[in-house]
Design a protein around this ligand. Structure first.
Ligand SMILES: Cc1cc2nc3c(=O)[nH]c(=O)nc-3n(C[C@H](O)[C@H](O)[C@H](O)COP(=O)(O)O)c2cc1C
Length: 226
C-alpha cells in the first residue's frame, strides 16, 4: 500500500501525517479477530486528505484501477439496494464540453462575468487525469428511503473511491460549486429527472503535498451519550 512515503507501515498513530488529531496515540483500539485490519483502517483513513485538483497530474489510475475503484463504490451501504448514485467519467476529449458548461453556468449567474473569469471556469474542467462527476439519484420516490438516506449512501460510495485511490497511491479531491446545480451541466450529462450532480472527484498523482492545516474534530465535539 503506497500511501505516503513519510508514513511508516507500522506507524505510531501520533506520527501519522495527515491524521492531525485523529487518532490519538493514547487511544488504542485492538481488533477482536487479530486480523490486522484495524492498523490498515487507521493508516488508510487517518492519512487520507483532500488534494486540490490543481496538484493532481498524470499518471492517473489505469482502466483496471478505475474499475476497481468503482467496485469499491458499489460496496457502499445502500438501504433498499437502490444504487442512489452514479458516476460519469469525463475523458480528456470531453473536458472542453464540461468547461463550456461551467463557463455558461457562470454567465447565467453573472452576465457581466469577464473573459478571464470564463476562462478560469473552463480551466477547472481540465484539471487532473481522471475526472468523474458524482450524480445523486433521488428518484423514483420511495416512502421509506428518503433523500437524506440516499445521500448517506452516496457519501459512502464517494468515500470508498477516495480511500481506494489513496490506497493505490494516488491523490484525490472533491470539488463542487454553483455550476453543479446548473441546467447547463444537467444537459451535458443528460441527467434524468431527480438526478442531481453533487461534486467532481478528481484523481491523479500528487505533484505537491501540503500538510493538513486543520486538525480533525475530537470525538467529544460530536459524540454524546443519551
Ligand atoms: C460534497 C463535497 C464537496 C466539496 N467541494 C469542495 C470544493 O469545491 N472545493 C474544495 O476546495 N474542497 C471541496 N471539498 C473538500 C473539502 O474541502 C475537504 O474534504 C475538507 O476541507 C476536509 O479536508 P480533508 O478531505 O482533507 O479531510 C468538498 C467536499 C465534499 C464532501
Amino acid at each position: 500500500m503506497a500511501i505516503d512515503e513519510d508514513v511508516p507501515a507500522h506507524h505510531d498513530a501520533s506520527t501519522c501525517r495527515g491524521a492531525a488529531s485523529t487518532p490519538r496515540a493514547d487511544v488504542r483500539a485492538e481488533p477482536t479477530d487479530g486480523s490486522g485490519a484495524w492498523d490498515i483502517a487507521q493508516l488508510l483513513i487517518g492519512s487520507r486528505q483532500h488534494v486540490s485538483p490543481k496538484r493532481l497530474v498524470a499518471p492517473g489510475p489505469d482502466a483496471l484501477q478505475i474499475e476497481a475503484l468503482f467496485m469499491l463504490a458499489a460496496a457502499a451501504p445502500d438501504h433498499g439496494t437502490l444504487t442512489p448514485w452514479r458516476f460519469v467519467i469525463v475523458p480528456a476529449d470531453k473536458r472542453a464540453l464540461l468547461g463550456e458548461a461551467f463557463a455558461q453556468a457562470l454567465l447565467d449567474r453573472d452576465p457581466a462575468a469577464t473573459p478571464a473569469q470564463l476562462d478560469a471556469a473552463r480551466e477547472k474542467a481540465q484539471r487532473g487525469p481522471l475526472l468523474v462527476v458524482a450524480v445523486a439519484r433521488l428518484g423514483p420516490r420511495e416512502a421509506d428511503i428518503g433523500t437524506l438516506e440516499r445521500m448517506v449512501s452516496m457519501g459512502a460510495a464517494i468515500q470508498n473511491i477516495l480511500l481506494g485511490a489513496h490506497a493505490l497511491g494516488f491523490g484525490a479531491g472533491l470539488t463542487s460549486g454553483r455550476a453543479m446545480g446548473s441546467p447547463r451541466l444537467a444537459a451535458l450529462l443528460a441527467l434524468a429527472d431527480a438526478e442531481v450532480p453533487v461534486c467532481c472527484i478528481t484523481i491523479g498523482t500528487v505533484s505537491r503535498r501540503k500538510p493538513r492545516q486543520q486538525p480533525r474534530p475530537a470525538p467529544s465535539a460530536f459524540v454524546s451519550t443519551l
